[in-house]
Ligand binder design. Sequence first.
Ligand code: AHR
Length: 634
Amino acid sequence: VDIVVHKDGGNKTSDMPYGLMHEDINYAGDGGIYAELIRNRAFQGSKQFPVSLSGWSPINGAQLTLKQLSKPLSSALPNSMNVAVGNASKPGPIGFSNSGFWGMDVKKQPYKGSFYVKGAYKGKFTASLQSAITKETFGSVEIVSKSVENEWVQHKFTLVPTKNAKNGNNTFALTFRPEGVQGKAKSLDFNLISLFPPTYKGRENGLRVDLAEAFAALEPKFLRFPGGNALEGPDLANPWKWNETLGPLKDRPGRPGVWGYQMSDGLGLMEYLQWAEDMNLEPILAVWAGLALDGAYVNETDLQPWIQDALNEIEFVRGPATSPYGSLRARLGHPEPFPLKYVEIGNEDWLAGRPAGFESYIKYRFPLFKKAISEKYPDIQIIASPSVFDDMTIPAPVAGDYHPYREPDEFYNEFHKFDGLTRDNKTLIGEYAAVHANGGIKWDGGLHPFPWWIGAVGEAIFLISAENAGDRILGATYAPILRNMNSWSWSVCMIEFEADTSKTTLSTSYHLFKLFSTKPITRTLPTTPGERNTTSLFWGAGVAQKGGRVVKFANYNTTGHADTPVSVRFEGVREKKATLTVLTGKEGAYGFNDPERGNEVVRQERRVLGADREGRFVFRLPELSVATLEVGRR
Ligand code: AHR
């Protein structure tokens, strides 16, 4: 294929073509990017996930009992753990341990911990990190008790292990001397027991460093949150309630998630906004629009309080520090408004409770939310949760949200899907992924076990089609982005991880995304021939945000076992050198990375090419490859 990239023409494209979407699924938040190491730290529970002592074990005969005390730590956290002296199996301290989110990463670095205790105890507590198998202690610290009868007293400590653990199979332990416990009860009550390793950019209550850094390396431009079905909640009583995710952890009740576990809400609205701030991401805030995942929806007559709630939330995010909710934000340490320009009304309102739930969205839920938000904030780009591809007429200038979960072949066949979008059909790709193997079985066959190479090549075709329509497509984000390998419900995710940070695995889709997202364009450039040849090579060209020109390729040739010869000439470009980066799958179409095998499957080759006498860069692209060709980058 001989391609000429023209000097002029094309369209200006979105300045946020690639982003992130976060949802607490697969322990992606709690036990994932939210760096807290203690599982079930505050004994939160619900009808769906009854309160339990899951994660906790007694040490040396201590008796652990769940209690609802008449004087709880807070109304948000009514349950606590009573630790009674019991029958010590040997002399010495007693206490409890926590096994974390299936282990804990232990390194020679400072861990910040805290716990609340009620009951008089004279002496010291010992906090330590130890191996779950050998019981070897990697580090410990003594904390002088300040505890008193009948009051909850917080204790804080810093624990610095003197040794790195060999693996993630470690626990946190807190012990005390039974003879120091005063009073008749011979027990102490504990709650909100917390331990954080160093966090991304040192934020208190912040993000797990390796996962956050992996996302930052994608150079994303936006963050859509709180994502997906988790916004909707399991029923009308339990949507994501932004105002219950704020402030001191002792005031956050948590809530039942929709993916099989109770959420602590430690990763709350402020933490999402700080995440966006720390990675310089445009926040795309999803507000709850009155639809729950069980299909129930709010009647028109009952909707007004929820509309007001969304307005309050927006004011919290971007209102002046003098406004009622802006002042709450200021009190929480962020007087400057966050820059909020995008608000999405709901999540996939075309799906749950269809058809009645969707009809209610079209008829009154969407129009009423939209009217109220745009009247108060005319500069906000409103996004409807369906797209024009979901049987909804989206009224310009509102954008839609399109979520294709596909077979790679479908991405191949839908390359021209966006051609029909007009400038009045702005669309966010708020979630996408290749999730099903080719063959048409789709959801009946379930999800692929991991992102896999031909899936990534299919996604490359899709992303090129989105970039080519970059005057109408606001941006694209893969979903879900995280999967804790110890407890998950959705197998195809951008990054797989365990407690042990050395097991963090960047999927085939991550590598493809990074190749493209780190080379954003500011405008498309027409090519001859246009976009795709008659075989299986797809491409898109543009003016690179970082300077120069870039062409992105996806070669979906699976039959010929032969490389595809390509030449590219850039009109109006004098540079005689171009950088070609090619990704291939070492194990063919079905190869995937996983935490046990490591990040081995994607091979990256980078070469500097010289132009021939006609000014062409000539190269070959292997079958099932994705590539970029950059010229004149600053
Ligand atoms: O990304 C997983 C789920 O897929 C999201 O929760 C939902 O929005 C979509 O259906």
